[in-house]
Design a protein around this ligand. Structure first.
Ligand code: ZN
Length: 244
């Protein structure tokens, strides 16, 4: 009898803990997005005179990338860098705001990482993590249901152990996802740092600071992106990332 009571507490405790973590993750996912929008608004207010995005990319391409970088177009909010190509939306290209320069500088920062051979492993891990992340909530819920149904005497004992095993797996996936996101965010951080260095050739300190704050706020949304992958089907998260 004592044994069953103990298991009930353990399972309920684990359920409450998961629920609290879930709330925290959703809060980060949604807060980071709002914070990003605020900083983006600020960076959009400032216009740059005498330098176009196109010239900036061309200059960096010539000075740092041996003219190996190609430019391509992409849809709005999907600016990104992939093997030797910087893809920018019409909106980013035609704007002269600090927000656009920051995004482009960040992508050029990735181009420098690519030049230095730092990106291919990062891309592979990102894909693997995305697939793994999808198993998190289903494992957790099935595990919880198995364990609870056993404690109420509906399923036999084997389901309790299977349920706890599944909960353990869910926790493991959660920890792996957090760690690999941390590695990914280090790459993003370096890309932004590279980007700020590139911009320092053109912008004074005050403008640089706005760019830096904008890119920092974007980095928080990468955490939001992790939780969105894991919890997306709960429909409680919003789109949290605007560029890659
Ligand atoms: Zn990036």
């Amino acid at each position: 009898m004592y044994n069953i009571t103990m298991w009930i507490y353990i399972v309920i405790g684990a359920g409450v803990l998961f629920f609290l973590i879930l709330c925290l993750c959703l809060a980060v996912a949604n807060f980071s997005f709002d914070n990003f929008r605020d900083k983006q608004e600020e960076a959009r207010k400032f216009g740059v005179q005498g330098l176009t995005i196109y010239d900036f990319v061309e200059n960096v391409n010539e000075q740092h990338l041996g003219n190996a970088l190609r430019m391509a177009r992409c849809a709005e909010f999907q600016d990104h860098f992939s093997v030797g190509v910087i893809a920018l939306s019409d909106k980013t290209l035609s704007s002269n705001s600090l927000a656009s320069f920051s995004i482009v500088a960040h992508e050029l920062g990735h181009a420098l990482q690519y030049r230095d051979g730092k990106l291919s492993k990062h891309w592979k891990n990102k894909h693997k993590k995305r697939i793994l992340g999808r198993f998190f909530l289903p494992l957790m819920l099935v595990g919880l249901v198995f364990a609870i149904l056993n404690l109420f005497g509906i399923l036999n004992e084997i389901f309790l152990y299977v349920g706890l095993g599944l909960l353990g797996l869910a926790l493991l996936i959660f920890l792996i996802a957090i760690y690999s996101k941390y590695l990914e965010i280090r790459v993003e951080k370096e890309a932004s740092k590279n980007g700020i260095k590139l911009l320092a050739d053109y912008f004074p300190q005050k403008e640089l600071k706005i760019c830096e704050e904008f890119l920092n706020s974007a980095r928080l949304t990468y955490w939001g992106d992790l939780f969105r992958t894991m919890l997306g089907w709960t429909m409680l998260t919003r789109k949290s990332k605007m560029f890659d």
